[in-house]
Design a protein around this ligand. Structure first.
Ligand code: UTP
Length: 274
């Protein structure tokens, strides 16, 4: 059973400056719901109740969002406005939240290693909340948990991207073992244009087995001088097995302005109810 989901949320969000100068990128709202809450909804749907958030300096609002705001709640108590807190209250009822601070931003791999104290020795999910995933049927994490239960190894979610965009992602190469499921034999973080092993890009959803922590510890800084989860996963793939899963659904890169606008329009047209 996968019961915990890790949310690395310590990055600087430089693509969204100045908005992210004093506000975490993960708190940016898509219509009226912060990105992190979409991620938590997806994890809950997949059966996880332990939400483990890796934060950094200036990220207090992430903690406050999943806590009671007595003054506000007292103020609107008994009015129709209470309805707007229904969803977040239900999340707070169903999930528990733990936080740890990443003191130095040494990359996604390092952020995941920082979360080890919250996860312990069990398989877990990772959500990068700035990738918003939606699907009419089962959410992406739920699809991945079903796959994990079958294969019991680390899984990365992948999406086909145009060739000219592969340099923005971790890119995998693998052999298809079943519809939409690949056994990874190579992966490269942000390959130079024209050198990507395929156009299957890793997006912000992972299921990881806990041996990944020791592998990350031994992983030297890679692209951009950061400790890359892609490099650690390649080691894991060589030692055993890592799968890539072409998920069902849509993904919006909300860490970029165009993706954020696209997500906002999609959510407003399809998911927003007044
Ligand atoms: P990104 O590179 O997309 O996020 O990292 P960023 O650095 O915040 O954004 P830009 O590129 O400067 O605009 C992917 C995820 O990993 C987390 C980020 O918060 C984001 O969710 N991360 C990255 C950490 O938690 N710690 C790090 O040291 C690096």
């Amino acid at each position: 059973m996968i019961t915990k989901c890790l949310f690395p949320a310590a990055g600087y969000g430089t693509r969204f400056l100045p908005a992210t100068k004093s506000m975490p990128k993960e708190m940016m709202p898509i219509v009226n719901k912060p990105l992190i809450e979409f991620g938590v909804d997806e994890a809950l749907e997949a059966g996880m109740t332990g939400m483990c958030i890796v934060t950094g300096r200036g990220k207090h609002s992430l903690m406050d969002h999943f806590d009671i705001n007595y003054e506000l709640e007292h103020q609107i108590s008994g009015t129709a406005k209470e309805e707007q807190l229904k969803d977040i209250r239900s999340i707070m009822h169903s999930a528990h939240f733990t936080f740890i601070r990443q003191r130095e931003m040494k990359g996604l791999g390092h952020a995941i290693l920082t979360g080890r104290k919250l996860i312990g020795d069990e398989p877990f999910a990772v959500v990068l909340a700035d990738d918003l995933c939606v699907n009419e049927d089962e959410g992406v994490l739920k699809q991945m948990v079903a796959l994990y239960n079958q294969f019991r190894c680390s899984i990365v979610a992948v999406e086909e991207v145009p060739d000219e965009e592969t340099h923005k992602y971790g890119v995998i190469k693998g052999e298809m073992i079943k519809d939409d499921i690949y056994r990874v034999d190579d992966m490269v973080e942000k390959p130079e244009p024209g050198t990507a092993p395929s156009n299957m890009a890793i997006i912000g959803r992972y299921i990881l087995t806990p041996d990944i922590f020791d592998i990350i510890k031994e992983t030297p800084p890679g692209k951009g001088g950061e400790i890359q989860i892609t490099d650690a996963l390649l080691t894991q793939a060589k030692k055993g097995c890592v799968l890539a899963y072409k998920f069902k659904g849509k993904r919006f890169d909300c860490g970029s302005v165009p993706g954020f606008i696209e997500a906002t329009n999609y959510v407003y047209d399809n998911l927003y109810h007044e």
